[in-house]
Structure formats: structure tokens, C-alpha cells
Design a protein around this ligand. Sequence first.
Ligand code: BGC
Ligand code: BGC
Length: 579
Amino acid sequence: MSDRVEALLGEMTLAEKVGQMTLLENGSARPDEAGSLLLGGVLSGGDGAPADNSRTGWVDMVDGYQRVALDTRLGIPLLYGVDAVHGHGLLAGATVFPHNVGLGASGDADLVREIGRATAAEVSATGVTWNFAPVLAVVDDVRWGRTYESYGADPALVASLGAAYVEGLTRDDLDRPVLATAKHWIGDGSVRWQTSTNPDFRIDQGDVPADDALLRDVLIPPYVAAFEAGARTTMASFSSWGGQKVHGSEALLTDVLRGAVGFDGFVVSDWAGIDQIVPDDVAASIEQAILAGIDMSMVPSDGQGFQSALVAAVEAGRIPLARIDEAVTRILTVKFELGLFERPLAAAIDELDADDQVGGTIASDEHRALARRAVAASAVLLQNDGVLPLGDDSGVIVVGGPAADDVGRQAGGWTLSWQGETGDAVTGTSLLEGLIDRYGVDRVVLADRGGAVPEGVRPDVCIAAVGERPYAEGLGDSSALAWEGSAAVETLRTACPELVVVMMSGRPMIVTDRLPEWDAFIASWLPGSEAGGIVDVLSGDVPFTATLPVEWPASLAGVPASESIEAPLFPIGAGILTS
Ligand code: BGC
Ligand code: BGC
């Protein structure tokens, strides 16, 4: 391996080296531009699905870039990256698994490993070779808009599930394996409220007070586990550490990551994350980032600008050529390890396998059954006065509230688009449909959006599905932890002898004052495309086995958990087990 890398590096011009260090988003680089910039990689950002959002549409897009890369002087294949953070969510019709917070509630590493495998199969079938997952954040303040991307607040849980996911993702029995990314190095989940440097956000991309014990005991262990499991890239965090952006920190990106941790894969920067190092001075930011230890830059738009600034810094002697060689060596090593040089084109898969075999992996029965199992395994039963399980004799079931029949809400952010979708755009089974499948259309009635039960219907039990609309990153930072559907809950409460509330949210929401009125309360997080799994636990067909991976605060005085001044409503580990 190292011989091949060395030989190739020896032939490369500075432009070719700097090209390998450049990662652009597909909207900013047509294939011919990707070729002339000699790109090391291309990505689909959260809004970067191809116009033909089908499996073959993806394959054509990815191979379109790859063919141009193979046609350049040295023919170095490029990586194609995507955020398949809960399955290949950007692909229309893909299996959408629960977001990580729900998998944290399941606590089930074998399940998460299987989800990694299934995700790799769907990602790989579209030609994509690089997944920007898993997120290894250890979440402290659930007001953070990325709480649902985290497996929870316990570093040991994050380490075990993160490692299991990487093992599944990097499975070696695929025609083209998928490269995993441990992200975001480091401190992303420990940011403090109101410290974001992004004026549109409150906490995401904020500051973490520098604390060696936190670094050593909480933040690093999940990375050690993921690296051992086979994650060969890590993405720098947008956040700051003691007031200094991680993207510009040689202490964190080199001394700790390379020295103390011993990581030898490559470091990719986050979306324009380098630009934040020295505000209003991109050239200075680039110089500092590369010197600090960023190997590949997710520019993501102005490739020309990035490359000319980097070349100028090298030619002026401000960045030693040895540092460039080091970065390119790491990138090429990972590409060789992945087998990219042997199998650069996705189209080749179709020639090897029968088309139905590869195409049939997208939302296969097997993957959807796995997702449904994961939904059941992640639903936390927090209160039950005896109404659950519903069993077979539950009479007439009325279901209402904003999330009663909305797969988009179930799926949350990073689904079809960056911020996600409400409604039917996302393929899957809604809670209503799952209930009808189990109990029959005669026994299940949909209330209107406000919770009003249709005239003449006499409910025996009502289910209110409430929660959050989809969001991603800092746009989901929430100062109040307020949820939607409160009016529907009230209306259903008045109309029904028994009321079950199902919360579909990316994190705990404040429910303290309302909880006494509810007969049962379930946190089902962001379950994804297969809400049949919620019905499995409601009905009693499958026992409740999940527990809280984060504290459930009683009020805003309970966040962040590390500085809470009151007891939580439910502590970590809470959850009524019915097995
Ligand atoms: C992209 C996302 C990216 C975000 C960063 C969006 O436009 O789709 O992938 O994470 O911008 O701000
Ligand atoms: C996010 C990353 C993501 C990248 C590409 C950024 O905004 O922070 O997690 O991988 O966009 O979509």
C-alpha cells in the first residue's frame, strides 16, 4: 500500500496534490469542472440529491464525476460523499431508519451494526462511496438542534453504538465498501447555549469551555472506539474549544488526534468550516487550517479560490510542501484501502450483479423489517396507567395530532432535503397506516388536525401523535423545547376515555404540566419510515425494552444536564420495560 502511495505521490504536481485536498458539493462543480480542478472528492450536501432522484439517477451522477476523474492525467478516482445519517435519507424511496437518539434508547449494538450494514448496501447501490456518519457527539444540552444525531449523553453508549455502526458500514462483503466518518471532532455536543458564532443559531457551532478531563474522559473514547472499528476519516467540528475554532486548532487536530489518539486516516473539514477560522480572511483561514491538520477541505463551493490560496501559501513557503505531501498521502492511502482504484465505477456493479439484485436492496423487505424492529426497540414507555398494551380488544382507536399521518415528520431532518419535509413526500408507513394494518380499517379512525373526532364515532382509546416539525443543525436550536399538537391533545382528552400520547421529536420536550392528564406517554423520537414499529409496542406484539439515552428535563432549569439546578422529570435510563 505505502509503495503505491509513494510512487503515485512522486509523480504528482502541486496542482494535482492540491486537487486531492479539495472536496466540492455537486451543485458547485459540474463534472468537467471537477476534472479541471482535479478534485479529490465531490459530495451531495443535504440538498444535493440529483434531479433524477432514483438509484440509477444517483449512479449516473456519481459515475459522471468519476469518469472525468479517471480521464485526468493520473486518473486518480474521486470519493463521493453523502450524509446517510439514518439510512440513505436523501434518496427517494430509501429505508429511513430512526435517527441516532432513538438507537441510543435501544442501547442495542447488534441492531445498530445491522443498520450500518443495510445503510452501506443502499448507499453503495447508488454508487456513493463515502458516508459522513456516524455522529459521535455526547449531548449535554438538548436544546441543541443536532441532539437527534447523537446516540445520547453517555460516552460509553456513544462509543459502543458508534463502533457497531462503523463495523456495519464498512462491511467488506460489498462490491464497493463505504468509507465511514467519525464526526464531529471534537466537542460538537458540548457546546454552550448562546455561544454560537452563527448569527442564525443559538448553540450549534458554539463554544465548549476547554476542559482536559471532559476531553479525555467523555469526548475522546467514542472516537477511539470508532477508529478501532474502521472509521478512516474524521470531520472537524464547527464548534470552538475555549474560544478557538476547532478547524484552526493544531492542538486538537494534530497534537491530540494524531499524537495522543494515534489516528492515521484523513481529516476532512466541515461545510465552509475553514472560512470561520479568521472571519473575513479566507486565505488566512486556509493557511491556518492546513497547518493545523485539515487534510481535505469541504470548501464546498469556490474550488478555484481554495486552490489558488493554498498554492500561493505553499509557493511563498508559508505552508511546507511536506505538510501537503502528508495530507495527500493520507487521502491516497484511504482511497487505496477502500479499493477505489480497483473498482472506481458504480456502473460496474450492475454488470457484475443482476440489476434486480442491486436495485432490490433499496427499501427491500428485509431493510424495512429491520427499520420497523429498530422503531419498536427505540420507543420508550415513560408512563402507563394500564391502558397499554392495547391488545386485540381495544375497541375503536382514534388517532390524531400533527404526526398521526405524516411520514415526513416521523423522519425529521436529513430526509430528501437538509431540513427534511412534512407530509407524504417521504415514502413509508405512517402511524395511522400502521394502526390500520394491525387493527383493520373499521377500527381505526383519523381525527382532524385539531384533534376533533368525526361525528358519530365513539372512541375507546385515542392516540395523540405530537412533536416537532423536521429541522436540521442550528436551525433546530430550541430555546423553549416546546412541541406541536397541544390543542389536539386537549380535544382528544375531552373526547376519549383513554389517551395515549406519542411524542415524535428529536429530543425531550417539556411536558411536565400536561403529563398528569395522559394515561400513557411514549417517546418515539424520530422513528423514520416504518411507524409499524410503534404499533408493535402499542399493541403489545413486541415488548417495550428502550430506556432514555438522555435526561428528560422537567423544565428549562434542567438544561444543560451538566449544570441542571433541578431533578429531571425522568432520569437517564428511565423507561418502563414490559418484557
Ligand atoms: C447543505 C447542507 C449543509 C448546510 C450547511 C446546506 O445548504 O445542504 O449539506 O450541511 O448547507 O450550512
Ligand atoms: C454538517 C455536516 C455534514 C456536512 C455536509 C454540514 O453542515 O455539519 O455534518 O456532513 O454539512 O452535508
